[in-house]
Ligand binder design. Structure first.
Ligand SMILES: Cc1ncc(COP(=O)(O)O)c(C=O)c1O
Length: 392
């Protein structure tokens, strides 16, 4: 029975629908993979973050099952109480090794890491400098920290430099996505690292979409541009290219020590379940031992980039498997997604507040599990979908 105190929700949902902003779930009837079953149809999946195609990999599934068998279905407590299992330590050692860092600390998701870590590093007397396109979890974590929250224009190192020069804050913390989640471009990390050095600011890089994808060993953008030693807080996720679930911060041992005591999203939550950790360990082994998988993804990225560029889409800055096909209004993005689905491709429309108003888009994401034919087929289907929009 609907309860009267919740009646206001009807109006709210109506307003969201009218604005083209109501969101809905799309249950998959298959495992995650390059091809999925949605709404009774088999579609080429171009909207996951499973960049290395590992989420459905038999090695990860087996490792998840083995870890659950050995250490249980759940951790049973927070790490600081009785939930600090052996698999957590093994996974943190493997992450520290990937990042050639002194230490790593697991978080339950990238959202948890970004929501909790800033407040452990800065407070009221301090200032956070954040790219305007940083992920929502960084914005939430910055607001929770109570530090002055200053945003700089996307990728604008000059504006960041001016802001850092003017700041009188006790501690300064610069936070940036490595690869931006809805645009697929990279932060000017070498310049930002130089600015942080000059101004004594801490540098926090969110490698969520770069780990496993960029860098000679797949350690991310900081590795790719040679600034690993100048990043103070390197955050990464286990649920995207690594095909599992969870997240981490890699850095100095004293940073880890502080987060263990101070990061509320680490302290006040049940530890990751063994299955997720086992799968992540297997994924890290693939990243270490199978660089060809990364190379294959990069070949597909080059093909997609050339195809979209030839069609007039601005993807020049893209360095990742994420391609923004910006269409403008919510209605156009929704219509294009529907037309692509008719043609066998699963791509979702991304709308405000995830992206700025007027830049609603298709966020097309590749994985190493796709093939050239799927990329070419998508580009042809996109031509038809976009032609249909022009007529509408
Ligand atoms: C840049 C960035 N950081 C953090 C997250 C959150 O990570 P998780 O999905 O592990 O919560 C995401 C997306 O989900 C992201 O795009």
């Amino acid at each position: 029975m609907p309860r009267a105190p919740l009646d206001w929700i009807d109006g709210e949902l109506g307003r969201l629908a009218e604005a083209g902003l109501r969101r809905s779930l799309e249950p998959l009837a298959s495992a995650q993979g390059p091809v999925v079953t949605v709404g009774g149809r088999t579609l080429v999946n171009l909207c996951s973050n499973d960049y290395l195609g590992l989420a459905g990999d038999p090695r990860l599934r087996a490792a998840a099952a083995a870890a659950a068998e050995a250490e249980g279905a759940g951790a049973g407590a927070s790490r600081l109480v009785a939930g600090d299992l052996a698999v957590h330590g093994r996974l943190e050692a493997a992450i520290a090794s990937l990042h050639r860092a002194e230490a790593a600390l697991l978080f339950n998701s990238g959202y948890h890491a970004n929501a909790g870590v800033p407040a452990a590093l800065v407070g009221r007397d301090d200032e956070i400098f954040s790219d305007v396109l940083n992920h929502a979890s960084i914005v939430d974590g910055a607001l929770l920290s109570r530090a002055t929250f200053t945003r700089y224009r996307h990728g604008d190192a000059q504006e960041l430099s001016d802001l850092l020069s003017r700041s009188r804050a006790r501690r300064k913390l610069v936070i940036t996505d490595a690869v931006f989640s809805m645009d697929g471009d990279a932060a000017p990390l070498a310049e930002i690292a130089g600015l942080c050095d000059r101004h004594g600011a801490m540098l926090y890089v969110d490698e969520a979409h770069a780990v496993g994808v960029l860098g000679p060993t797949g350690a991310g953008l900081a590795e790719a541009v040679g600034v690993k030693d100048r990043v103070d807080v390197e955050m990464g996720t286990l649920g995207k290219a690594l095909g599992a679930f969870g997240a981490y911060v890699a850095g100095e041992a004293r940073l880890r020590d502080l987060l263990v005591s101070r990061a509320r999203s680490f302290v006040f939550t049940t530890a990751l379940p063994p299955a997720a950790c086992g799968a992540a360990l297997a994924a890290l082994a693939v990243v270490r031992d199978d660089p060809a998988r990364r190379a294959r993804l990069h070949a597909l990225m080059a093909r997609m980039k050339a195809g979209l560029t030839a069609r007039g889409f601005d993807v020049a800055a893209v360095v990742s498997p994420i391609f923004p096909v910006v269409l403008g209004t919510e209605a156009r993005a929704l219509a294009a997604a529907a037309a692509l689905r008719e043609r066998g491709f699963f791509v979702r429309a991304i709308r405000p507040p995830t992206v700025p108003r007027g830049t609603s888009r298709l966020r097309v994401a590749l994985t190493a599990g796709h093939d050239e034919g799927q990329v070419d087929g998508f580009l042809e289907a996109l031509d038809e979908a976009v032609a249909g929009l022009a007529e509408a």
